[in-house]
Design a protein around this ligand. Sequence first.
Ligand SMILES: *[C@@H]1O[C@H](CO)[C@@H](O)[C@H](O)[C@H]1NC(C)=O
Ligand SMILES: *[C@@H]1O[C@H](CO)[C@@H](O)[C@H](O)[C@H]1NC(C)=O
Ligand SMILES: *[C@@H]1O[C@H](CO)[C@@H](O)[C@H](O)[C@H]1NC(C)=O
Ligand SMILES: *[C@@H]1O[C@H](CO)[C@@H](O)[C@H](O)[C@H]1NC(C)=O
Ligand SMILES: *[C@@H]1O[C@H](CO)[C@@H](O)[C@H](O)[C@H]1NC(C)=O
Length: 462
Amino acid sequence: MATIITVSLLIISLSFFSISSAKISGQPGINYGQLGNNLPPPKTSINLIKSLKAKRVKIYDTNPLILKSLENTNLQVSIMVPNELVSKISTNQTLSDQWVQSNVAPFYHKTLIRYLLVGNELISSTSPDTWHHIVPAMQRIKTSLTTFRLHKVKVGTPCALDVLESSFPPSNGTFRNDIAFRVMKPMLKFLSKTKSFFFLDVYPFFAWSSDPKNIDLNYALFESKTITVTDSGTGLVYHNLFDQMVDAVYFAMNRIGYPDIRIFIAETGWPNGGNLDQIGANIHNAATYNRNFVKKVTKKPTVGTPARPGWSLPSFIFALYNENLKPGLGTERHFGLLYPNGSGIYEIDLSGKTPESEFPALPPAEDYKGKAWCVVAEGANVSLVAAALSYACSQGNGTCDPIQRGQLCFEPNSVVGHANYAFSSYWAQFRSIGGTCNFNGLAEATSKDPSYGSCKFPSVIL
Ligand SMILES: *[C@@H]1O[C@H](CO)[C@@H](O)[C@H](O)[C@H]1NC(C)=O
Ligand SMILES: *[C@@H]1O[C@H](CO)[C@@H](O)[C@H](O)[C@H]1NC(C)=O
Ligand SMILES: *[C@@H]1O[C@H](CO)[C@@H](O)[C@H](O)[C@H]1NC(C)=O
Ligand SMILES: *[C@@H]1O[C@H](CO)[C@@H](O)[C@H](O)[C@H]1NC(C)=O
Ligand SMILES: *[C@@H]1O[C@H](CO)[C@@H](O)[C@H](O)[C@H]1NC(C)=O
């Protein structure tokens, strides 16, 4: 008996060693988000993921049907502790053990669960009193994994770029003052000790679209032949925005004493569509970004980034499907590689083995140009629209005069009809000083003129 135990311990420690020292594959995985009411079932989805030649798959929960469907596949799997449980788990080892026992252990031997993410973008999406629970929760989860001998699972937590206070030039990368020493330093200590990764969500699209006048689109799409950015602090030369963003995090980690932690791209991608007034979000750019990203991370020898040349960048592209129930601007619902019916929005091969020339030509990258109006979004909650209507009418000069009783746009007298007018009028008046057509997602831009009879709606020119 004693001998058997020793032997199996030896095997465990040997396999642990080979995993932590093996070079991790650069072939990307895919984020399998499920915020849609029209998505194919897990089995079909897993087959689609295989046909895209993904190396791994990341889910935002521990959906047992999905974990079952992933049995006996070669796909490495990343699962997630829901945000709501993180604080409770951080103070309760029993709860942590129970969670691991029921959500990880039953699947681990047939499904290649390799990453366990504790919450999702917690620093961006929860209040400060949750933040100090993050690392203790990660530690408890790690302890539970050890208890159940689930040794191949790395524990991490995805962060967005808003953990940085400054990111330009990359060598100026610094964690925010409010989290650098209370949250990030203990986290990096944990990641270092457990040989895990810093999981990072990186979206050059959002950085570019917040400043399209000063950032070249081709630089954001990995397409720039001529534009480079030189970091004045280090002399390092950047050829794309993605490397710049990632290196800012390496420099921030280095600044507080952790130069060796590897980054794992938990999400990256580019939207294939969006609202009429969201520029750069189209199939052409999405295909270009994601194909170039695949080319970069699958290249041999491994490229890395200017600050970490030769380091492989394991990743998950966002996302498998366009997800129609995601809140926010239109781009949020258009990050998929696939339509909900499973057909490809554009061709892509995540193994990086299909040469660019074998893909069919892409549709041109055109942003809408012309008149636009701002109207109530499909399915918007009418009582919230009523509140947004009074807000819009309380702004500016005469924004809502034509929808007053007796005026040209009063009839038909409905909340939605009046809001369509008020939103358009508000947008026309305030767009030049930063006013948007959004109203917390209740409004969206349209190229279809809602004017009728002698009621003329104000418009903007995109
Ligand atoms: C810890 O979690 C267990 C299992 O959910 C629960 O029974 C127990 O009451 C919790 N302890 C505390 C102090 O909340
Ligand atoms: C570096 O970051 C600081 C904030 O941490 C900022 O004030 C400064 O302007 C940045 N330096 C450069 C060259 O942008
Ligand atoms: C799938 O959906 C897309 C977008 O709605 C559509 O263009 C395409 O024709 C559909 N494909 C199939 C096979 O139904
Ligand atoms: C609309 O929003 C109000 C206020 O938030 C909420 O109470 C109500 O349940 C919502 N109605 C629907 C149909 O979602
Ligand atoms: C409203 O009109 C007045 C007078 O024409 C002008 O001074 C003021 O800036 C306007 N306010 C807005 C919010 O447009």
